[in-house]
Design a protein. Structure first.
Lengths: 249, 335
């Protein structure tokens, strides 16, 4: 593993999420092999890597959808290794999964409502609903439509909005740009910066390395289940290796 | 307006009055009471199975097993209580009290079985539940068949006939009330989420295993009560009444009515109980005594055919997921 631009990269001090020596396996297939990474409070951390590098597997282990084979995950210092997803939501984690995972037969309204399923503060929920609709006004126009009839971009907006409805402190996003038009991607990344500005920390998995590294304060490059490089997002953007391998230059 | 504390009680009181009137009017007509009771029992079965198969999107095909547990538990308990009276109560009241206790015991026994069967199989995703419930139904039947204390294959007779139109339909009404309460609560919303996408539901913070098991236990409880009711108005219960065919009958009702719609389950249960009875009487009258037996023979193939036609022509069933009492318009029967 090589650090890039570690001199002068000032990450926030407080740890939010930390993985130590994380292993994820599907039977004999080792998808993640001994990954250690951290997300500090207030950060956007990007995780880039080729197809099959293990990004989704890592995110699933973090959000409790998969039980890691080995290693330790802590959230705000507390061990959460192997804890089921529904308990992690209560602890402030929200995961917008790869392929969006929205409820196709339910309306936009119902999807957003389920995002706030654990919350009991009706006023807060209403305020957050107004907030996500101000981020994505398009959703208001499709309010009563079944989510499955939304366009890909609209579905991604819904997935992000629904994740935000639980008022998370840590938002896990798996390839929000997948299959979307460049303008929509731009919009979504601008809004992610907004969301982060409101104090939501983000762990972002992306194929679109350029956008991800521009947004992220800190980033990790995953290769065949291991961290190959890490450093400040801007520093990785300058790195020869990254430019050649992930930015097609 | 009704004061909020009474809102739940008032419908029950009204229903009791209506049912008591019905009991007075029709209580003497034996055949009518029998058929109407059968309809009521099937309504309880369909409405309760709909909680699991419709609202939660799981697939249980062993409802007759839970019904059998309830029937035999309640019946066996009532058997020695035929001549017992609770001191200080009029005979009729004492009878009904003992009957209620038996019904409750039947429901609880079935619910306990539901918990034991549901916990391991609902933890897993996929079709395990269908396989396990199928096996459960058969195991229950075989155990009963080989237990002398339960009458074996011959069946259990002599259970005091304490059932009444009133009792059956009160239970049906309560089952509908509970199903409706579940559907409209946050519990119901979590079941919908589970039906739509289990992984996503878990990611919303829904403890999917716990909610599935709870739905399954409630469903089994009412199937047990239905069995208990049944045991108290038929002259004899035997394992032949609780076969896989009975389970499928209830599944057909739920699917035909529309998976997820309590209204649909009620309607389908009524129609699919009355239709064969009507056909049987018709055949007996016009084609000679005994000709009605053919109805029972062709019943299952016809149900099978009905399922196939339904899946092709109207896969969402009669009502989709809508209810008669829905306030939302133009929704429910979404693709
Ligand atoms: N359910 C599964 N069963 C078996 N192997 C799997 C499963 N899911 C992923 N894998 C394997 O694990 C490895 C990592 O997959 P993963 O989905 O984590 O990659 P990824 O980095 O998210 O890729 P992509 O960018 O294409 O989404 C791959 O080799 C993949 O084939
Ligand atoms: Mg992936």
């Amino acid at each position: 593993m090589s650090g890039v631009g570690s001199a002068g990269s000032e990450r926030p001090a407080e740890l939010l999420l930390e993985c130590q020596g994380l292993h994820v396996a599907y039977g004999a297939i080792q998808a993640v092999r001994g990954v250690s990474l951290s997300v500090r409070k207030g950060e956007v951390v990007a995780l880039i890597g080729r197809n099959g590098a293990g990004k989704t597997s890592l995110l699933r282990a973090v959000s409790g959808m998969l039980r890691p084979a080995d290693g330790r995950i802590t959230l705000e210092g507390k061990d959460i290794t192997g804890m089921p997803s529904h308990l992690l939501v209560a602890r402030g984690m929200a995961h917008a999964p790869e392929g969006r995972g929205i409820f196709p037969n339910l309306t936009v309204e119902e999807n957003l409502g389920l995002g706030a399923w654990l919350r009991t503060d009706a006023d807060g929920v209403a305020a957050d609903e107004a907030w996500v609709l101000s981020l994505f006004p398009r959703l208001k126009e499709r309010w009563a439509a079944a989510a499955g009839t939304l366009s890909g971009g609209e579905q991604q907006m819904l997935a992000i909005s629904r994740a935000l409805m639980s008022r998370p402190r840590l938002l896990l996003l798996d390839e929000p740009s997948l299959g979307l038009a460049p303008q929509v991607i731009q919009l979504i990344f601008r809004i992610l910066a907004d969301v982060n500005g409101k104090g939501v920390s983000i762990l972002l998995v992306e194929q679109n390395a350029h956008l991800a590294l521009n947004l992220a304060g800190h980033a990790y490059v995953l290769e065949t289940g291991e961290v190959a490089m890490e450093g400040a997002g801007k520093a990785l953007l300058q790195s020869e290796d990254v430019r050649r391998a992930y930015l097609g230059e | 307006m009704v004061p909020p504390g009474l809102r739940g009680v008032l419908p029950v009181v009204l229903a009791c009055l209506a049912l008591a009137a019905g009991q007075r009017l029709f209580g003497g007509q034996e055949f009518f009471v029998y058929v109407a009771s059968l309809v009521g029992v099937n309504v309880v079965l369909a409405v309760s199975l709909n909680v699991v198969n419709g609202m939660t999107g799981q697939f249980s095909i062993g409802h007759a097993g839970f019904m059998a547990v309830g029937a035999y538990a309640a019946g066996r308990l009532s058997l020695p209580l035929g001549d017992v009276a609770v001191s200080g109560l009029p005979v009729a009241a004492s009878d009904q009290l003992l009957f209620a206790v038996s019904l409750l015991a039947g429901g609880v026994a079935a619910a306990a079985c539901g918990f034991v069967v549901g916990l391991p199989s609902l933890r897993l995703k996929g079709d395990y539940l269908a396989i396990v419930t199928l096996g459960f139904g058969e195991i229950v039947r075989v155990i009963i068949q080989n237990t002398p204390a339960l009458g074996g294959a011959l069946g259990l007779s002599g259970i005091p006939q304490r059932g009444s139109l009133f009792a059956v339909w009160l239970c049906a009404f309560l089952a509908v009330l509970v199903a409706r309460r579940i559907a409209e609560s946050s519990h119901g919303r979590s079941l919908t989420a589970i039906r739509e996408d289990e992984v996503a539901a878990e990611a919303m913070g829904v403890n999917t295993t716990a909610y599935k098991v709870r739905a399954f236990v409630v469903s089994a409880f009412f199937a047990g009560v239905a069995g208990g009711l049944f045991a108290h108005f038929v002259p004899i219960i035997n394992p032949g009444s609780f076969t896989f065919v009975k389970s499928m009958e209830v599944v057909v009702m739920v699917v035909a009515g529309g998976l997820g719609s309590t209204t649909g389950s009620i309607l389908a249960a009524v129609v699919l109980t009355l239709l064969p009875e009507a056909l049987r009487s018709g055949f007996n009258r016009f084609a000679g005594e005994g000709a009605g037996a053919v109805v029972d023979q062709v019943r299952m193939p016809v149900y099978g055919l009905l399922l196939v036609v339904l899946m092709l022509a109207r896969p969402q069933g009669l009502f989709g997921t809508r209810e008669l009492w829905d306030r939302r318009k133009g929704q429910g029967a979404r693709p």
